[in-house]
Structures are given as C-alpha cells and as structure tokens.
Design a protein around this ligand. Structure first.
Ligand code: PMP
Length: 347
C-alpha cells in the first residue's frame, strides 16, 4: 500500500436502488411517485429564466423555509431544508449524535443509518423488531446517545402509532430523537403534533415521495429553534449553498397546490389498499403498510426467483439480501395499470 493510501477514509457506502434506463419499464423499486409533480411545478420549470443561474442562491433558502412553515403551521425558525432528506438526515447525524454512548435504531430499518453512523464515527446499537416487524418501544428506554427511526418504518411500511412515538420521547428527554417521516403522508399522524411539547424532537420529511419530486432533491426538518439553529451552524461549517435555486423555486410552487397534493396521495393509498387484497389472493403474505410500498413474501415461491422473473419482464421491484428480509420483496405502489401488470406477471 502506498503511503498516501493509508490516509484514505475507507467506508462501506449505502447502495441505492437501481435506476434502470430505457423504454417500457415498470419501475417500482425506489418508492417514487407514479404521478407527475403538481402542474404549477411543471409550469414554473418551463418558464424558468436562465439568468437566475448566474448568481448564488439564498444560502438560507428562505422562500422555501417560509413556504414550508406556512403549509405546516410552524414558525420559520422551526424549519431546516436540505438536498433531499438524505442530506438533512446526514446533517442531523453530524449535529446531534455526538456522544460516546451508542445511538439506537431498529435492526430492520433504512439502511443508510448505519452508513452515516460509520462515516461519522458514531457508535450504535440496533434493537430487534418483534416477530411482526414492530418497534418495541421499551428497547429505547435505556441510556443512549440519541434515537432515530422512520415512521412508517422502511422497508416494512409498518406505522408506530403516536402513543408509541410519545413513549419513546418521554423516555429520551436527554438526547435528540429523530423521526424520519419520509412516508408519513401515505398514512398515520405526523410527530409534528408533538413539537411544542418536546424541544429535543426532530421530524424529517421529503418532497421525493408524496410530492413526486425525487429528482429535485428537497428534504426538510422541523424542530425547536435550538435544534434548527444547531443544524444551521453545522451546515454553514460544511457547505453554505446546499439548495440550488431552481429547487427552491420548484419546492415553493409544489407547496401552493394543496388540492393536488391530497388528491395524489388519495389515489396511491387507494391503489395500495386494493394491492394488499390482490397480493393476498395470489398467496402472498403482505405486511399492513402505511407507506407507498408493500413488503410481501410468498408461501411457496422464493423472493429472489420472483425478482428475476419480474425483471426479465422489465418490472423492477426491490430485494434486500439480509437475514430476516431475504424472502421478501418491496413493491412501490405504481398506477393501477402498473399494478395490474405486476399481478399478471408476478407468479
Ligand atoms: N428516509 C427513508 C426512510 C427513505 O426510505 C428514504 C428514501 N430512500 C429517505 C429517507 C431519503 O429520501 P430523499 O433523500 O429522496 O428525501
């Protein structure tokens, strides 16, 4: 090994879902929304003046912060924005998980958490979900350096009711508790409702799923002014201009159309509930997901075989090759037509 090679930071990266290119694909592997963003977003994109690109964007992304605060009934200083919720979560790990004690997150969860923990040198422990893939809140009662979990969880889609979220918060008032709500708009109550009671709570969200804007990269966090200020300080110590100007503008446009937002969600939830019935009729066990995806396993057929058979028909779903998950498939909810193609081809 060369001397300079010894100084390289070695990490095992997160592996994002495949982004296959080409025509005629049915892509249900990365939980994207099958419907377009709100019409106002597409219009704003078309009318965007190239001159805008000449100058640096507002480092505070104030327009977007203000629009989010207004949409969700919060104050501007309770809102932080970033380049997708991955950026916001990474920044939150770096800001709040700075203890020698291990942080806690479930053994089955978003697989980026251990990657950030390793990158930033944060010790962690992973309490096991129960047999039904539910979080056991009592596992989070002990001393720790912080807590993070998605709600609904990924890749199971299982929602922890507010009583459980509050139980975890009540037992963890000396550390920051992060609730990653990437999928909350598809089912369940947001922990946002607890913000005025817990100043150590950070709620993270994204425009990638319910607002159909994964390609624009907008994520956000809600928390007490003290938490938001701490994140801003870390952000400004790292990269002042995380949010590009077109993203800020398009995010503001998306928030203007409440009606489109709720209608799109309703369509996806409706397709999801029908899909649960259809998959069960086809002999699948299907977890009761509150997200925009289903986690399914078949009594007789191996997940890996189904994955490959679907792939040969240009239908992409996600498979996780880890101990408790290897016989499951995660299927993003597509349009009704896309789902019909899945039912026709899955066995
Ligand atoms: N949290 C969870 C639980 C997710 O599944 C994802 C999507 N991969 C994200 C956060 C990040 O999404 P984005 O960066 O597109 O906002």
């Amino acid at each position: 090994m060369k001397a300079w090679e010894e100084n390289i930071r070695r990490v095992v990266p997160y592996v994002p879902g495949e982004q296959p290119q080409g025509e005629g694909l049915i892509k249900l592997n990365t939980n994207e929304n099958p419907y377009p963003p709100a019409p106002g977003v597409l219009k704003a994109l078309k009318n965007m003046d190239g001159q805008l690109l000449r100058k640096y964007p507002d480092p505070a992304a104030s327009e977007l912060v203000e629009a989010l605060a207004k949409f969700y009934g919060l104050k501007n200083h309770q809102v932080f924005v970033g380049v997708g919720s991955d950026d916001v979560l990474a920044m939150a790990f770096l800001t709040f998980f700075h203890s020698e004690k291990p942080i806690l997150f479930p053994d089955i969860t978003y697989s980026f958490y251990p990657v950030w923990a390793d990158l930033f040198g944060i010790p962690y422990e992973t309490p096991a979900l129960n047999q039904d893939f539910q979080i056991k809140t009592e596992d989070y009662y002990g001393e720790n350096g912080g807590v993070i979990f998605p709600n609904p969880n990924a890749p199971t889609g299982i929602y922890l009711p507010m009583k459980g979220v509050e139980d975890i918060l009540a037992h963890n008032q000396d550390v920051v508790v992060i609730v990653d709500e990437a999928y909350i708009d598809f089912g369940g109550t947001s922990a946002r409702t607890l913000l005025n009671r817990y100043e150590n709570l950070l709620v993270v969200g994204t425009f990638s799923k319910s607002r159909s804007m994964a390609g624009v990269r907008i994520g956000y966090a809600f928390g007490s002014p003290a938490l938001i200020k701490a994140m801003e300080n870390v952000k400004y110590s790292y990269n002042s201009y995380t949010m590009n100007l077109p993203s800020i503008r398009l995010g503001v446009e998306a928030l203007k159309d409440k009606d489109y937002f709720y209608r799109t969600i309703e369509k996806i939830v409706d397709t999801r509930e029908k899909a649960k019935v259809r998959f069960r009729e086809l002999g699948f066990q299907c977890l009761d997901s509150s997200a925009n995806f289903l986690f399914i396993t078949h009594r007789e057929r191996k997940a890996e075989e189904i994955l490959q058979a679907l792939r040969s028909r240009k239908i992409y779903v996600r498979h996780f090759n880890t101990p408790r998950l290897s016989n499951y498939l995660r299927v993003t909810i597509g349009t009704d037509d896309e789902m019909e193609a899945v039912y026709r081809n899955i066995l």
